[in-house]
Ligand binder design. Structure first.
Ligand code: ADP
Ligand code: MG
Length: 627
């Protein structure tokens, strides 16, 4: 052919040079992971091949067995890994092995650059998916010869010593796939020994579905067990944990595994896991959310998001169904009826498993809730189907005034209700600490009534959705009528408040002016000086919070400042002459403190100067000033 490419020397992209530099110079003990990376690439290439052949037989070597083959020559310190996957053209070699286009390596590099300390770096390499380049931890020179499955494509050869450059040229290779020759460094000779290789393959790549052959041996090294198709009572805990590890590269064992076999309404095998952490380790093998979907053992999609509702996206695992047509394309998955049925079965199973965990092992469930509670709240908020939503209610957990350090269920709360209480009360706040100091709690504390404390951003949305549970109303303590309705709900009559305190109310009104809707006395306050409430008829405060999250520019409606006429501060204020400089400062500070507790203060730092002024006034004069 005329378009023969001569040997071309190409520089690596700058970031690859950095990456190579880090890898080559890291004295890393677990260098063996390079093999897992290369096998995983080969396995990907084979899966892509299998997928292409579902619809297109016009490929090179359509009959070739889908395999991975390793050959080691310890005399030459040479290791060869060969697959019959999709292969790469010369252009693909340049694109895939000459630039960092994929997330794992880029994330690795960013972490490595940030990494102040070197030991940290070793950890990072240990955790991750640096991909192809990890081969340079053990290689002096690497030669990749590849031939694409496209019948008209030419074979190409990529070679590099891991320095500044690589070369690319046309090559002779008649069969489809990729061959990687690794010329090992002197201190990496162990990787040309079959026993060592067998060991590594079993450790990291046992579940790879394609046979991995080593040397002349015609029995695959890996067991290739599709663990999810095994009978659950024949799988050991250790196997479940191992599978998870290989699947995700997560170091921590999963919180829970769920092995599902179903025949109706849809045939499926699934092996699902709840990870121990919400964030995917940044070097996880799983690069996106979604489950791995097989149809009759053929990998259809690596990350399938339609198999579970969005809010359960933290789940990891594999789903395999005999009922899915093999030609289900990536585009039609979402619309597929079988997929919809699978989704229904799986989400039912997951919720069932969570309910079981909550009753049988509350401590573990508390750990689950700490990590993934927000997702379940998101489920409540996002479900449009009321019945689906209500299934989540028993799984919700809250902090409360009675148990600020525990996670309690709504039923626990109901069980502790005082006689006659008909309402579940909650209070929204900015954080766990400050919400407990809220003046809205005064009246509830005084009556010994428990209040749920909601402090996450999503809680405002939750509060808007969750308005009733098991026949009990769910209400905001800041605006609810008091439980034991009494005269406390009404403003104290004028007569009960001394005259000079009445005057103080006027002073507040004058000083705060247009900033508040009104200032009045309240009986709901006991230890607190003041609280902010909404005037009749404005949007409730849960909704106001929702608006604030959705629209930073949203202006909260003016509040009513309620004062505690019996509080020492108000009474002493009443005793000061009107022109005392402190009066105005105290009034301003009372108002701004109330704003702060409500999470509405636009600029808390602006209070510092006034607080200083108040402190100076409170302290006795210094000796020399007095003199
Ligand atoms: P990742 O696997 O995360 O994409 P790698 O660095 O491991 O990153 O591989 C880079 C790319 O090189 C792969 O995405 C793939 O396109 C290509 N590649 C690597 N190994 C092979 C192979 N054996 N056969 C075909 N393509 C491969
Ligand atoms: Mg890879």
């Amino acid at each position: 052919m005329s378009d023969q490419v001569p040997v071309q020397e190409q520089p690596f992209k700058a970031e690859i040079k950095q990456l190579l530099n880090i890898l080559i110079h890291s004295l890393y003990t677990e260098r063996e992971i390079f093999l897992r990376e290369l096998i995983s690439n080969a396995s990907d290439a084979l899966s892509r091949m299998r997928f292409i052949m579902l619809t297109d037989q016009n490929v090179l070597d359509p009959e070739a067995e889908l395999t991975i083959r390793l050959m080691a020559d310890s005399d030459k310190r040479l290791l060869v890994i060969e697959d019959t996957g999709v292969g790469m053209t010369s252009q693909e070699l340049a694109e895939n092995l000459g630039t960092i286009a994929h997330s794992g390596a880029r994330a690795f590099l960013e972490a490595a650059q940030k990494g102040e300390s070197t030991p940290n770096l070793a950890d990072i390499i240990g955790q991750f998916g640096v991909g192809f380049y990890s081969v340079f931890m053990v290689a002096e020179k690497v030669v990749v010869t590849s031939r694409s499955y496209r019948p008209e494509a030419q074979a190409a050869r990529w070679e590099s010593q891991g320095g500044e450059t690589y070369t690319l040229e046309t090559a002779e290779k008649t069969s489809r796939g990729t061959r990687i020759e690794i010329f090992l460094k002197e201190d990496a000779a162990e990787f040309a020994q079959e026993a060592r290789l067998r060991d590594i393959i079993r450790r990291y790549s046992d579940f790879v579905v394609y046979p991995i052959y080593l040397g002349e041996d015609e029995t695959p090294v890996n067991s290739r067990k599709a663990l999810w198709r095994e009978a659950p009572n024949e799988v050991t805990e250790e196997q479940y944990a191992d599978f998870y590890k290989q699947f995700t590269l997560d170091f921590e064992p999963p919180l829970l595994h769920l092995h599902v076999h179903a025949d109706a309404p849809v045939q499926l095998y699934a092996l699902l896991y709840i990870p121990a952490k919400a964030e995917r380790n940044m070097f996880s093998l799983r690069k996106e959310n979604g489950l791995k979907l097989y149809a009759r053992k053929v990998l259809i999609q690596e990350y399938t998001k339609d198999l579970l509702p969005e809010y359960l996206r933290f789940m990891q695992g594999v789903v395999d169904s005999e009922d899915l047509p093999l030609n289900v394309s990536r585009e039609t998955i979402q619309a597929n009826t079988v997929v919809r049925q699978i989704r229904k079965v799986l989400s039912g199973k997951v919720l069932g498993a969570l309910r079981e965990m909550a009753t049988k092992d509350p401590e573990k469930y508390a750990r689950f809730w700490e990590t993934f509670g927000t997702y379940l709240k998101e489920g409540v908020v996002s479900q449009t189907d009321a019945r689906e939503r209500e299934k989540l209610y028993p799984l919700l957990r809250f902090r409360s005034t009675t148990f600020p350090d525990q996670w309690i269920a709504l039923t626990d709360y109901i069980g502790r209700m005082k006689g006659g209480q008909k309402t579940i009360y909650y209070l929204l706040g900015e954080d766990a600490d400050s919400v407990q100091h809220s003046p809205h709690l005064d009246a509830f504390r005084a009556q010994g009534i428990e209040v749920l404390l909601l402090t996450e951003p999503i809680d405002s949305f939750l509060a808007v959705t969750l308005t009733e549970y098991e026949g009990f109303k769910v209400e905001n303590a800041a605006s609810a009528d008091l439980p034991r309705a009494s005269q406390e709900d009404t403003a104290p009559d004028e007569g009960s408040v001394p005259e000079e305190v009445q005057t103080t109310l006027q002073r507040f009104r004058e000083t705060l002016g247009e900033r508040v809707a009104d200032v009045k006395f309240s009986r709901r306050l006991h230890d607190s000086v003041a609280r902010l409430s909404d005037p009749e008829g404005v949007t409730n405060s849960e909704m106001q919070r929702v608006y604030r999250y959705l629209d930073k520019e949203y202006q909260v409606p003016k509040k009513v400042l309620e004062l505690n006429p019996h509080h020492a501060l108000i009474r002493r204020l009443a005793g000061l002459p009107e022109d005392d400089a402190l009066v105005k400062a105290v009034i301003e500070q009372v108002y701004e403190s109330a704003l702060l507790l409500e999470g509405l203060h636009p600029n808390p730092a602006s209070m510092v100067q006034r607080i200083q002024q108040l402190m100076e006034a409170a302290l006795p004069p210094a000796a020399e000033d007095a003199a």
